[in-house]
Write a protein of this length. Structure first.
Length: 322
């Protein structure tokens, strides 16, 4: 059931025409490897759940880490995230560049919920590289992009690195030579007047602090927590019962695949048992069920392919609340 799709991968040098082609592919829900000044990114339309799910499938990611959305400028960022005066100041100083800001999602946003892995924040970055800027200008909206490598392999700073682990899994790899920075962006969370370091990266804390005007809070004990994990626990209001073959009276039923005879699904992650489709639907379906009931029975999802990530998130969502 967990069929990994094979695609014809084109590896081409960057030209302005290629940026237009990349934008067309993104608009169709396809995957494109885009060079940035930090590392090569595996890009998909950030407003398309299905396309974002393909990122996790192509990376073979065992869990849904939230992703960074890439924007052309501060104006584009403001269409998708709330930009506080402090965030505005940091963006003005360091964008385009290797700084990612974790900001509240706008309430009215059409951004994929999978991008944020169910959180009410979104990580936003404005890349400086010419090719990434050209793709964003042609596309006109954000793309989500983690580093363009299979999970557990090193971050790609050359097109060939990306091709090594993603060939056959993406439609297009744009080659713009080695990345200028070569380590991922620095991620900070701006929360009111406070600034927290979530991941050290290509822009130093020493450079950011004087502009922020406040000390940057680093995690206790000197150890940097895996970014995103500290608050990635998506907790619906409703109670979840997992691995349910059918709903009990009073329960909503979130199915996967055809429901048993005489049982109707309230919502179905994928009626034909497609794990990529299920991943794309997961967060939206949970939100919708949460709005209409307080007990949800969830059908079993196979522990293979994207099913690992889906089950990981379902277990977190079902875990007892602190
Ligand atoms: O330089 C970069 O940042 C590269 C290029 C392609 O832009 N991208 C990159 O993405 O490194 P990725 O997916 O490998 O790392 C994104 C990190 C993850 O560790 C995730 O946990 C964190 O950002 N993150 C994303 N959204 C978040 C959020 N809403 N809250 C906290 N952490 C978040
Ligand atoms: Mg990475």
């Amino acid at each position: 059931m967990a069929h990994e799709i094979t695609r014809m991968t084109e590896l081409v040098p960057y030209t302005p025409e290629i940026a237009l082609k990349a934008a067309d592919l993104l608009a169709q829900g396809d995957l494109v490897v885009v060079p940035t000044e930090t590392v090569y990114g595996l890009a998909a339309d950030a407003t398309n759940d299905r396309a974002v799910a393909r990122i996790f499938e192509a990376k073979g990611r065992p869990s849904f880490n939230p992703l960074i959305i890439h924007v052309e400028n501060v104006a584009m960022a403001g269409q998708w995230a709330e930009i506080s005066p402090l965030a505005q100041k940091l963006a003005a100083a360091f964008w385009p560049g290797a700084l990612t800001l974790v900001l509240p999602r706008r309430a009215d946003t059409k951004l994929s919920r999978l991008v944020s892995a169910g959180l009410d924040t979104v990580a936003v970055r404005c890349p400086a590289s010419g090719p990434a800027q050209a793709v964003l200008a042609a596309f006109g909206r954000p793309f989500a992009a983690p580093s363009a490598n299979r999970s557990g392999t090193i971050s790609p700073t050359r097109a060939a690195h990306a091709a090594k682990t993603l060939s056959g899994k993406v439609n297009l790899i744009i080659d713009a030579g080695p990345c200028d920075i070569g380590v991922e962006s620095t991620i900070i969370r701006v929360d009111g007047g406070q600034v927290y370091l979530l991941r050290p990266g290509g822009l130093s804390v020493e450079a950011i602090e004087p502009v922020a005007g406040v000390p940057i809070e680093k995690p206790q004990g000197g150890e940097i927590q895996a970014p995103g994990m500290m608050e990635s626990h998506y907790a619906p209001e409703a109670q979840l019962r997992l691995d349910a073959s059918m709903p009990s009276p009073g329960e909503l039923f979130l199915a996967f695949g055809p429901p048993p005879q005489n049982v109707s699904a309230t919502l179905n992650l994928s009626s034909n048992g497609d794990l990529t489709e299920a991943a794309a639907n997961l967060f939206n379906h949970l939100y919708e069920l949460d709005a209409i009931g307080d007990r949800i029975a969830v059908a079993p999802v196979p522990e293979e392919g994207l099913g690992l990530a889906i089950n990981d998130r379902l277990r977190r969502a079902a875990a007892p609340r602190p």
